[in-house]
Design a protein. Structure first.
Length: 317
């Protein structure tokens, strides 16, 4: 049977109703408003969209070909060497490559989720009704605190080295003002849309039915980290992917994490522009570690305590 949502957009999506009934052992006909006769078991959830593994492989190859290919093409036209240092020294090359990669991820999410009775934005759980200013603020502070802690730990362990994060930071610091604002737009908004639509909207949602909540979060975060192809940036992305995945499940949608991701990237770009670079001192790393951990735990605790309010919103209260 196909369930079609009608009326207001903030109605509880059918997969949420059926999954909730499945957990309670409730007959599915009662949940969707039909009389509970003849009695029958709850049908197993049928995840929508392309299988996860082929979709991930296809999207990875497409992002490398499109994003990397366009970036390399721009570099060749401008006479820039095809090395990480060379590619990371030109704002136009970096901007084109980043924008093309984000566009590829958006297209892949829309294609992989497939067609169904509900619109694609609903299948990706892009519910704008989930957006609340306080939730966005708390989650953004949590993500940025986690990023600061991971950064401090990497310096303390001596494993930081040169990474794409440093290359982007140096590029932003030395760019002209028009190039800076263009990079701010591309690096903040592009990944906030593309990466969240594919990794949390498509992949994590696709895995929920077969793997369960936490396995889906961890697998999506792991793939998210691998996609960054950097020994320093990838572990950071993995840890932050787990946090973003948890927030997405807490909100039962990705609208909040899309905004949070964009805020985190935007703040990082701005700080790279105005704060001095170089290796932090031992005291600076220890202070960052302590303050970041305390602040991150505090806002996460507040988010957990606000969970009953989210449950009421899911029921349309």
């Amino acid at each position: 049977m196909v369930v079609v949502l009608r009326g207001r957009h903030n109605a509880t999506p059918p997969h949420t109703l059926l999954d909730a009934a499945h957990g309670r052992g409730q007959d599915w006909r009662t949940v969707i408003g039909q009389p509970p006769y003849p009695p029958g078991p709850m049908p197993p959830p049928r995840p929508r969209g392309a299988p996860a593994l082929p979709a991930v492989v296809f999207t990875f190859l497409a992002s490398v070909v499109v994003g990397g290919g366009l970036g390399a093409g721009v570099a060749l036209l401008r006479g820039i060497p095809l090395t990480p240092e060379g590619l990371g020294s030109d704002p136009l090359t970096m901007g084109v490559s980043s924008a093309a990669t984000s566009a590829t991820l958006i297209a892949a999410a829309l294609v992989c989720v497939g067609r169904g009775a509900t619109p694609r934005w609903q299948a990706l759980r892009m519910y704008r009704e989930r957006l609340r200013a306080l939730d966005i603020l708390l989650a953004a502070v949590g993500v940025m605190s986690l990023g600061a802690v991971i950064d401090a730990v990497s310096w303390l362990l001596g494993v930081r080295g040169e990474s794409t994060v440093d290359l982007i930071g140096d590029l932003v610091a030395d760019a002209s003002w028009p190039a800076f604002f263009a990079l701010l737009l591309v690096i903040a908004i592009g990944p906030g849309l593309g990466e969240e639509m594919f990794f949390r909207g498509y992949l994590q949602t696709r895995l929920l039915g077969s793997q369960g909540r936490w396995k889906a979060i961890v697998i999506a975060a792991l793939v998210f980290g691998v996609f960054h192809l950097d020994p320093v940036h990838s572990p950071m992305a993995f840890c932050m992917g787990i946090y973003l995945g948890w927030v997405a499940e807490r909100e039962d949608g990705i609208a909040t994490v899309m905004v949070v991701h964009a805020i985190n990237n935007g703040v990082s770009v701005v700080l790279s522009r105005f704060l001095p670079g170089g290796e932090p001192t031992l005291v600076e790393n220890l202070v960052t570690l302590g303050v970041g951990s305390a602040l991150g735990l505090l806002v996460t605790y507040i988010l957990i305590r606000r969970q009953p309010d989210v449950a009421l919103r899911r029921q349309g209260a």
